[in-house]
Write a protein that binds this ligand. Structure first.
Ligand code: CA
Length: 228
């Protein structure tokens, strides 16, 4: 599976050069061109690696890095600092960045660092982050703990497995039959009604307004989709 990279960079030229090259190396690359958007996306989606510029409009790279680490988001981060900013380099590593590069840098250098960090990152099945957050809900895949507004939410094993499957396939439409196979197993002699019931329970526990779900969506005639 291709690795998902988030590039937070406001210089259009560099952004295009980096994106082109990373895509040609087989990575999936998404760009945020200001700090606020970058932080939001880094915080709410699952990435394999983040390339983070320091000087950014709205929220600088140091603050982004520090805030992500405080939220226990341990996605590898490579920081891009301006030439000669030795202090930046030290500060960046102190705040939890995994590596840094000083601008201007050779593309080969960046690619080597990206590869090295991705190799180092732990493989947690399809997930590269241990914690996933949507709205005020936080899902810790390692401890199988779910909180909403910092209160622990009790989920059954099946509810958790269903939630995890939805998050791992976020953005995709999942049919009831697929969910039944994936979450309950091929041999389960159950009707797809089981899926609907568990979805309703998840909504009841996690959605801000279960009657008008924002995250666990029904796609009429097709199934469900997680929009996180
Ligand atoms: Ca910049």
């Amino acid at each position: 599976m291709s690795k998902r990279l988030l590039l937070v960079e406001d210089e259009l030229g560099l952004e295009l050069t980096l994106t082109d090259r990373l895509i040609s190396e087989g990575y999936l690359v998404e760009v945020a061109s200001d700090g606020e958007t970058g932080f939001k996306r880094a915080n709410s989606e699952i990435w394999d690696l983040i390339i983070l510029d320091v000087m950014l409009p709205k929220k600088n790279g140091f603050d982004i890095c520090r805030d992500l680490r405080q939220k226990a988001i341990n996605t590898p981060i490579i920081m891009l600092t301006a030439r000669g900013q030795v202090i930046d380099k030290v500060l960046g590593l102190k705040l939890g960045a995994d590596d840094y590069l000083t601008k201007p840098f050779e593309m080969m250098e960046l690619l080597a660092r990206v590869e090295a960090l991705l190799r180092r990152a732990p493989l947690l099945e399809n997930l590269s982050a241990d914690i996933y957050q949507f709205g005020s809900v936080k899902v810790d895949f390692r401890s199988a703990e779910v909180t909403k507004d910092n209160q622990i939410i009790e989920l059954s094993a099946k509810e958790f497995k269903l939630l995890r499957h939805l998050i791992e396939h976020r953005g995709n439409i999942l049919s009831r039959d697929d969910l039944l196979d994936e979450v309950w197993g091929y041999n389960a002699m159950l009707s797809t009604r089981t899926v609907d019931v568990h979805v309703a329970w998840l909504r009841q526990k996690l959605e801000p307004n279960p009657k008008h779900p924002q995250y666990i969506l029904t796609v009429h005639g097709l199934g469900y989709k997680f929009a996180g």
